[in-house]
Design a protein around this ligand. Structure first.
Ligand SMILES: C[C@@]1(CC(=O)O)c2cc3[nH]c(cc4nc(cc5[nH]c(cc(n2)[C@H]1CCC(=O)O)[C@@](C)(CC(=O)O)[C@@H]5CCC(=O)O)C(CC(=O)O)=C4CCC(=O)O)c(CCC(=O)O)c3CC(=O)O
Ligand SMILES: NC(=O)C1=CN([C@@H]2O[C@H](COP(=O)(O)OP(=O)(O)OC[C@H]3O[C@@H](n4cnc5c(N)ncnc54)[C@H](O)[C@@H]3O)[C@@H](O)[C@H]2O)C=CC1
Length: 206
């Protein structure tokens, strides 16, 4: 079996079409909301939450059965109806450069949606390649405790501190020491990141 190749995709401005308006479609749409994708849902019926999202303009709900033109220009396609023949037909009508996931056919899909944790700039995703979504969820729940809310602010600090080190520090060994120094429990638990960072910079001054 060939293994899947994980990447983080930027979806801003790209069209993502979700076919179906049930529980599964809702979960996929919820996962897309923060990506900046242009989300289109095609389904004669939709859950209350999908209807709410359409009413506030977060998604474009096409209230009708699927037809082939619905996926024109789509980058990602989610075939998430409860009709497995139709889900397969959606895959067949997509072009080679369109990525399709079929809710009831992991083997026939171009991609899977992993279980995810987001802490600001940190993303942790867990995939079992369709073997057991329940295990993916269980592992995600374990990591949820380990990587708690502190990581959001910490990641923002790491980002800014790293930019500063890249700009101000030329010596490669000092740079390495600083990169290692900021990735530590001391900084994760710091009450004053700015002061602790300045101290670290001074300590490693040459
Ligand atoms: C292949 C994949 C395709 C895709 O959808 O991308 C797929 C396929 C299928 N899921 C099924 C069932 C369930 N899926 C979940 C939950 C999640 N499913 C997700 C992803 C994926 N599911 C992709 C592979 C992920 C991987 O393994 O790496 C998660 C991680 C992410 C998300 O959906 O956003 C999200 C957890 C989010 C979280 O909590 O963190 C639960 C549990 C629950 O709801 O708690 C159940 C019921 C229990 C069970 O069946 O295990 C069925 C059977 C349907 C049927 O019975 O007919 C199929 C189809 C099949 O297997 O044929
Ligand atoms: N990938 C996953 O994580 C999971 C996948 N599944 C599978 O996903 C599929 C959907 O599951 P649910 O959302 O629970 O089903 P559901 O029955 O709640 O929703 C099905 C949706 O498909 C829509 N639909 C039906 N015919 C359509 C058409 N011709 N064009 C457009 N939309 C149409 C319906 O209006 C409805 O909104 C099932 O095949 C199920 O086996 C189920 C659980 C998890």
């Amino acid at each position: 079996m060939n293994s899947n190749y994980p990447i983080m995709v930027k979806l801003e401005g790209k069209k993502a079409v979700v076919v179906g308006g049930g529980k599964v479609a809702e979960r996929k749409v919820t996962g897309l909301l923060d990506s900046g994708a242009q989300i289109v849902v095609v389904s004669p019926e939709a859950t209350e939450e999908l209807i709410r999202l359409a009413s506030i303009g977060k998604i474009d709900w096409q209230q009708k059965p699927f037809s082939e033109e619905d996926i024109h220009g789509a980058f990602l396609i989610f075939a998430a109806t409860n009709d497995n023949e139709l889900n397969q037909a959606i895959k067949r009508s997509a072009g080679d450069l369109q990525l399709v996931t079929i809710a009831d056919d992991p083997e026939g899909s171009d991609f899977h949606v992993p279980s995810q944790i987001h802490r600001g700039r940190l993303t942790i995703s867990v995939s079992t390649g369709g073997a057991s979504p329940t295990l993916a969820r269980k592992i995600r729940e374990q990591l949820d405790h380990q990587f708690d809310e502190r990581y959001e602010e910490y990641l923002e600090f790491l980002f800014l501190a790293r930019q500063r080190i890249l700009k101000e520090v030329k010596d490669p060994s000092r740079k390495r020491k600083l990169f290692t120094g900021i990735v530590s429990d001391e900084f994760l638990n710091s009450q004053d990141l700015e002061a602790d960072f300045l101290r670290l910079m001074q300590k490693n001054d040459v």
